[in-house]
Ligand binder design. Structure first.
Ligand SMILES: NC(=O)c1ccc[n+]([C@@H]2O[C@H](COP(=O)([O-])OP(=O)(O)OC[C@H]3O[C@@H](n4cnc5c(N)ncnc54)[C@H](O)[C@@H]3O)[C@@H](O)[C@H]2O)c1
Length: 327
C-alpha cells in the first residue's frame, strides 16, 4: 500500500526535526522550512523544501507538488523574547498560518495539526484543562491564539495541540533541541554543568513545596508519539479538537537541579535571585482529554529520563563543536 504523504512545516526546528525521525518510518514525510537543516538532521534533499511561508506563491507551488494528506504546521517564531516586535510574531505566526490555510482550502487538503502553546492560558492554581480561561500575555502567546482561531474558522479537520514545556532529545538517531539563542531551562542548566557556570534560580519564596517555580516538562518523544496518534485519528475521522500536551505532573527548579547533580554525579553551583516579573508559581496541565481522545499517555517524561537524554545530547554538541548560544 502507498504510504500517506505528510508535510511538516518548520521541520528543521527542534520539534519538527525530531518528529521527522519518528514519522519517516510510517509515512512519506516532507519538510518545509525557511532555514537550512542542521548537520545532524538526516532529512534527504528530495524531502526538504527551503521556503519562507510568507512567500505565498512559492509555498503554494511546493505544497501542490507534495499534495499532502495532512499538514503538521510547526513553523513559527517560537522564542519568547522582548527583542522581537509584535510585527515579527504576527508575520511568522498569524500571516504564515493564514497562507497555509488558504493553500489548503484552494487545493482541498483537509487535515491540519497545529502546534499551539500553554502561553495562551491565564494563570490558575489548579491543573489547566482545555476549557480553562484564556489570557495570553506575551506577543508570542497572543499570536498563537489568533492562529488557533483562524484554524477553527475554516472548514477543515484540525487538532490544535497546546504544548507545555517540550524538552530533551531523541537518542536513536540522536536529535535534539537547538534554539538560537537557547532560552529553555533544562538545556541551559546542563550547559552550566558542563562549563562549571553558576546557575541562577529566580525566586525561592513562591508558594510551592520548595519555594521555587514549578513547570510541566514533557519529553520530545512523548510529543512525537502524541502527534503520530493525532495523524492516525485525523486521517480516519472528521475531527476538530484542542488538546493539551504535557506530562500532567510538575517539577520545580530545585527538582531539576537535584536531578542533574544526581545523574551527573557532579556538584552544581547556583544562586537565588529575586523573582522575575510575570513568572507564575506553578503551571501544570491536565492531560485527561488527550489521554482519552488519542489513547496516549506520556511514557518517557520522568525527570530522570529527560535529564539523562539531554546530557547525552549536550555532550554530542560539545564533542562536535556545535556552539550553542544561551541567553
Ligand atoms: N519547544 C517548546 O517547548 C514549545 C512549546 C510550546 C509550543 N511550541 C510550538 O511548537 C512549534 C515548534 O517549536 P520548536 O521548539 O521546534 O521551534 P523552532 O524554533 O526550533 O522551530 C521552528 C521552525 O520554524 C521555521 N520557521 C519559522 N518561521 C517560518 C516561516 N515563515 N516559513 C518557514 N519556516 C519558518 C524556523 O526556521 C524553524 O526551523 C512552534 O510552533 C512552537 O510555537 C514549542
Amino acid at each position: 500500500m502507498k504510504k500517506k504523504r505528510i508535510l511538516i512545516t518548520g521541520g528543521c526546528g527542534y520539534i519538527g526535526s525530531c518528529l521527522y525521525t519518528i514519522l519517516r518510518k510510517k509515512y512519506n514525510v516532507f519538510v518545509l522550512d525557511k532555514n537550512k537543516k542542521k548537520d545532524w538532521q538526516k532529512i534527504p534533499k528530495k524531502k526538504l523544501f527551503i521556503c519562507n511561508i510568507l512567500n505565498f506563491k512559492k509555498t503554494e507551488i511546493i505544497i501542490t507538488k507534495i499534495n499532502p494528506n495532512t499538514i503538521i504546521h510547526l513553523a513559527s517564531l517560537s522564542t519568547v523574547n522582548e527583542k522581537f516586535k509584535m510585527k515579527d510574531y504576527y508575520q511568522n505566526n498569524v500571516v504564515a498560518t493564514n497562507n497555509i490555510l488558504k493553500i489548503m482550502q484552494k487545493n482541498k487538503i483537509r487535515n491540519i495539526i497545529y502546534s499551539s502553546t500553554a502561553s495562551v492560558y491565564d494563570y490558575q492554581k489548579t491543573k489547566i484543562n482545555e476549557t480553562s480561561k484564556l489570557n495570553p500575555i506575551s506577543k508570542y502567546g497572543k499570536t498563537k491564539l489568533i492562529s488557533e482561531n483562524k484554524i477553527k474558522n475554516n472548514d477543515l479537520n484540525y487538532i490544535i495541540f497546546r504544548f507545555f514545556n517540550v524538552t530533551s532529545a531523541i537518542i536513536k538517531p540522536l536529535t535534539g533541541e537547538y534554539h538560537d539563542p537557547e532560552t529553555h531551562l533544562i538545556p541551559s542548566l546542563v550547559n552550566n554543568l558542563n562549563n562549571n557556570k553558576i546557575s541562577k534560580i529566580f525566586g525561592n519564596d513562591y508558594n510551592t513545596r520548595d519555594g521555587t517555580c514549578i513547570r510541566d516538562y514533557i519529553h520530545i518523544k512523548d510529543i512525537c508519539d502524541a502527534i503520530y496518534k493525532g495523524i492516525k485519528l485525523i486521517e480516519k475521522n472528521n475531527i476538530k479538537s484542542i488538546l493539551n500536551l504535557g506530562n500532567g505532573k510538575g517539577n520545580s527548579n530545585l527538582d531539576i537541579f537535584k536531578s542533574i547533580m544526581k545523574i551527573s554525579k557532579k556538584n552544581m553551583l547556583f544562586k537565588f535571585l529575586p523573582k522575575r516579573k510575570g513568572d507564575q508559581p506553578k503551571l501544570i496541565c491536565n492531560i485527561q482529554k488527550s489521554k482519552r481522545v488519542l489513547n496516549w499517555r506520556p511514557r518517557y517524561s520522568s525527570l530522570n529520563n529527560i535529564i539523562r537524554n539531554e546530557i547525552v545530547w549536550s555532550n554530542f554538541l560539545i564533542k562536535k563543536k556545535y556552539n550553542r548560544k544561551f541567553s
